[in-house]
Ligand binder design. Structure first.
Ligand SMILES: Cc1cc2nc3c(=O)[nH]c(=O)nc-3n(C[C@H](O)[C@H](O)[C@H](O)COP(=O)(O)O)c2cc1C
Length: 170
């Protein structure tokens, strides 16, 4: 069972999760940024990570996901929103639909990730009443996101990935 970890990241959150997953997969498993990732055709199992951009996988991750055809995969992602929100669940559903034909997703996990300070600065300038306005609730969510991924997130992601790999190996 040849395994590969591929992640897309802008500010490092998703890379942290990828590294935690990589650490619990068998020795010899490769771990790459999506920018340098090898062709997935040469692997049996791919753990694929993206950051959420506009409610779905970021474009670079999505391009790579489409190229994963007929494989077993595990998906992980980080997002700024509450991980227990409808938005998070929609992101997960959208992701599962992006993979190429015949690819079977054996697990998926997500957690919050610190939001790029540049994006927060932009949101703070938005007029009241918009979807990105700086309400007290939004400020609280951004502050909470800033603490993630934390140790518990990394542990949970690693355990879920290991379970998916075990399933793939059966
Ligand atoms: C341009 C941009 C768009 C984003 N869009 C969303 C979004 O639609 N929903 C969400 O929950 N988080 C969104 N986020 C937050 C990121 O998904 C989150 O901070 C993520 O952990 C970043 O991961 P990274 O550090 O691996 O790049 C966005 C962030 C940026 C910079």
């Amino acid at each position: 069972m040849k395994a590969l970890v591929v992640y897309s990241t802008l500010t490092g959150n998703t890379r942290k999760v990828a590294e935690a997953i990589h650490a619990v997969l068998p020795e010899g498993t490769a771990c790459h940024s999506v920018r340098t990732a090898p062709d997935p055709a040469g692997y049996d199992f791919v753990a694929l990570g993206f950051w959420v951009d506009k409610g779905g996988p970021d474009a670079e991750a999505a391009d790579y996901m489409k190229r994963i055809v007929g494989k077993k995969v595990f998906t992980f992602f980080t997002l700024g929103a509450d991980p227990d929100s409808e938005h998070a669940r929609t992101c997960a559903e959208r992701a599962a639909a992006v993979y190429g034909e015949g690819t079977e997703q054996l697990g998926i996990v997500w957690c919050q990730g610190a939001i790029d300070p540049k994006l927060i600065a932009w949101m703070r300038k938005q007029p009241a009443g918009g979807p990105h306005s700086p309400t007290p609730e939004a400020e609280a969510r951004w502050a909470k996101a800033a603490l993630h991924p934390d140790e518990a997130d990394l542990k949970a992601a690693a355990a879920a990935a290991r379970e998916a790999f075990a399933k793939a190996s059966r």
